[in-house]
Design a protein around this ligand. Structure first.
Ligand code: PHB
Ligand code: FE
Length: 330
């Protein structure tokens, strides 16, 4: 019998600097932070990002285990998921860096980048900062190292096996389990559907009020898997302010705007050139093609249903031209 074990990984980190933060090395990349900024260095260049924006993006890359396709932290730095390994890049999807031949990328075994990013998130997130919260609902990311916020950065990721509220699956949210109704959703009714099951089927029929469930989300820009049917995943989320990553798709995904409004900036995935601006209002539905990247802006807390196709063959089918980059022919 063989037992699968995670390969031993060694996170490379320094002693704390003058501001109290450790420096991390991963491959040829070096990451450092001070009171306001994160500094990146790699063999052909360097980059600077605001510490709050960097930590919000890092939090999602860690929590989503590198997500579907590309996670751009901004127009320069990010990761591409190859589902077993991850490319970490600088300038790779930036026309100017490419033309100047300053772009750089390294392929890294997933366990090593996973552990290094998690350690960096842990060390650089102060007690006052919650990278998943809206800017209005968190304290500051800035200043000298000041404690840690492990409860926030290791939150349970909702991932239903069948559906929320099926016996034994993900449970409902309530005041009692730390999920009060958000200030922007005080008008959302909280009643649950009544199920009248035939005798003997009481444990097999389930339902829940999705709007009530979402109104109690503590976090922003963090899709939860609330129902699963084979590869079809319903991943609703509540949004406020700006999606902290620019997501480069490796498959088509559908958006259903369940409430309020989100503005999407849609760019070419490779070059970053502008392709579209989309304003989605409550009830609007759109599909994001498989060759773009996008970032959303939500003026107030809104509810968005992200519909994902988790078929692991899709990236290769699309990259090989066997499946189109758009979802539907009219
Ligand atoms: C996306 O990249 O499609 C995405 C990510 C997080 C969200 C919404 C959409 O909250
Ligand atoms: Fe996306």
């Amino acid at each position: 019998m063989t037992i699968d074990t995670e390969p031993e990984v060694q996170v490379q980190r320094s002693e704390p600097n003058d501001q109290g933060y450790r420096e991390f090395t991963l491959g040829e990349f070096i990451f450092r932070r001070d009171e306001y900024f994160v500094y990146l260095r790699w063999p052909t260049g360097s980059h600077i990002m605001s510490a709050d924006a960097f930590l919000r993006a890092l939090q999602r890359d860690v929590a989503w285990d590198f997500f579907y396709g590309t996670v751009n932290f901004d127009g320069v730095f990010g990761t591409v998921n190859h589902y077993g390994t991850v490319d970490m890049f600088a300038g790779r999807y930036n026309d100017a860096y490419r033309k100047a031949e300053l772009d750089y990328a390294e392929n890294i075994e997933t366990p090593l980048i996973r552990e290094t990013f998690a350690a960096m998130l842990d060390d650089w997130t102060n007690q006052t900062f919650d990278p998943f919260a809206s800017p209005h609902e968190t304290g500051s990311a800035f200043g000298l190292k000041n404690g840690e916020n492990r409860a926030a950065i290791t939150r349970h990721r909702v991932a239903a096996v069948r559906m929320v509220n099926v016996p034994g699956d993900e449970g409902l949210r309530a005041d009692e389990n730390g999920h009060p109704v958000n200030r922007h959703f005080s008008d959302v009714t909280q009643d649950e559907p009544t199920v009248e099951a035939e005798p003997g089927f009481e444990n097999e029929v389930a339902s829940f009020n999705l709007f009530a469930y979402l109104s109690r989300s503590q976090v922003t820009w963090n899709p939860s898997v609330v129902s699963v049917c084979k590869d079809s995943l319903f991943c609703p989320t509540t949004e406020e302010y700006i999606l902290p990553i620019i997501h480069g798709n490796d498959r088509v995904e559908w958006f259903l705007q369940l409430s309020d409004e989100i503005h999407w900036e849609v760019e070419d995935r490779e070059s970053g050139s502008v392709r579209a601006r989309v304003v989605m209002k409550a009830g609007d539905v759109c599909a994001m093609p498989a060759d773009i990247r996008h970032q959303g802006y939500s003026p107030k807390r809104s509810m968005l249903l992200v519909w994902e196709n988790a078929n692991p063959e899709l990236p290769d089918l699309i990259a090989g031209g066997k499946t189109p980059t758009y979802p539907i022919d009219f």
